[in-house]
Design a protein around this ligand. Sequence first.
Ligand SMILES: [Zn+2]
Length: 467
Amino acid sequence: MLLFLSPRTRTRFLRLSQSTTTTLTFRYAHTARRSPSPASLLASSISKYKPAKMAATTATPDLPILPPEDSHLTAKFGRETANYFSGSPLNRLSFLRTDHAFLAPAFKHPSASFLLLDSLAPLVKKDDTTQLAFVSLGEIRDGLRGEDIFEKTEEELVREFNSEDEERIVVFLGMDERGVLGGHGGQQGGERFRYKDFEGAPYFAVDVSRWEGKEGLSEKLENERGAMFYGGGPRHMGLVAGQAAMYGYARALVDWNARTPFCAQCGQRTLSVNAGTKRVCPPTDRGVERKACATRGTVSNHSFPRTDPTVIMAIVSADGSKVLLGRQRRWPKYWYSTLAGFQEPGESIEEAVRREVWEESGVQVGRVVLHSSQPWPFPASLMIGAVGQALPGEGEKIYLGHDAELESAKWFPMDEVKEALAKGTHNMGDEVPKEYVEGALRLPPQTAIANRLINSVVEGWWVASKM
Ligand SMILES: [Zn+2]
C-alpha cells in the first residue's frame, strides 16, 4: 500500500508572517517528580520563533524544532527529527486518567480549557485558523446537559450504565504546565490547578457532533468568541506546531470513541472510561444483568484506542545517487511520494520495509535504518519512517506486476529531487507553488514525514560521517 493521505486542505489563508516555529526545550527530568515529563519539556517551552524551512510561496505550517544538544546519541546518530503532529505542549499525565480525585476537580477548575470537535473539525480562531480556540466549561454546560461528567467514579458509572443514554465524549488531553497555550480566555496567567506534585491548566477535548442545539452554540462562539469550527473538513493540516499535535491526539481519541460503541468480544454496548481512553463492557444495563463477556474477567480484549503502525521509507539506490519514489493514479500529475505500507503482525519493521518495497516496486532492499516517526491521526496511524538502500544490479530493477497499487515507480536523481523539494512541494488538494515549472516532479509538503525522509536522503543523512 502506498500512503500519503493528504487532505483537501485550506491552508492558503496562512500568512508567512504568522508562520512560527516552536523551539522546544530538550531536557531530561526522569527523577524529580515536580519536573514535567521529558515529553512535556520537549514540547512545551515556546521561547522564541524562527521561520521554518519552506518554499517561499507555500502555506505549509511550521514543524517542531528541537534545540541543539550534545548527547552521545546525537554524536553517533545525528539530530532527532521532530515531525508534524508531534510536540504537544501538554503533559498527558496518563497515570491520572483513572484517578477520580484528580479528574473531578480538574474538569471544574476555572483554568480548565476545552477543545471542541464537530465531526472531527476543531474549533479555531476565526481570524487565524492556524490557532485552536478553547472554551470554558460554562460555555458548553448546556451541551453537556448540565452533567458533571467526572462527578461520579468509574465504579458508579459502570454500575449505573444505561445503554440508551446518549454518551458525551470527553477526553482528558493533559496539563499545560508552562502556561504556553493561553487557555479559554486567550490569556496566560490566572489561577493554576494543583494536584499532588502537578500544576497547570487542564485541557480536555469534547465531541459536539451530535449535540442538540449545536448550531446555536456555533453561532454564539462565533459572535462572542470569534471562533468557528474549521471549515476545511475533518483534517486540519494547517495548525501551528504543538497545537497540531494536540488536535491529532484529540481527533484520534474522539474518533475512536465514536467508532467503537460496541464490545469487540460480545457485541454489546460499551462505556467510555479512563477519561476517554478506554471502553469497558459493563455487567449490567439499567440494573439488569447482561450477557456474559470475557472482558469482565480478564484484561484481554478491552477496547483501547488503536494505533496502526505504518512503515514509510525513502529508498536510495545502491550507489546512493538516486531515490525511489512512486505514485498512484489518482494523485495530481507529476506528484510522487515515498513508498509506504501497513506493518503486519509477525514481522519486524525492517522486514516490513523490505517486503512493502518489493511488493510495490520489485526493488530489493538491503540495510534498513529507522529515521523518525510521525503520529498521523487519520484515523489512527503511526508512520514509522525509515531509510533503506537497494541491493545493487538486479536488486534495483523496478517491477510493478506484484501489486496493482502503483501507477508508476521510478528512480529519481538526487538533484531532481532537491529541485522538487525547493519548488514543487504542496498538499495534494492545494495549488502548486508559484516557482513550480510544469512537468517537473512534485512532492508532499514538510508536514508529511515523506517529505522529511526525502529531504534527509538528499542531504546525505544516510552517508557515514567522516570521523
Ligand atoms: Zn463485552
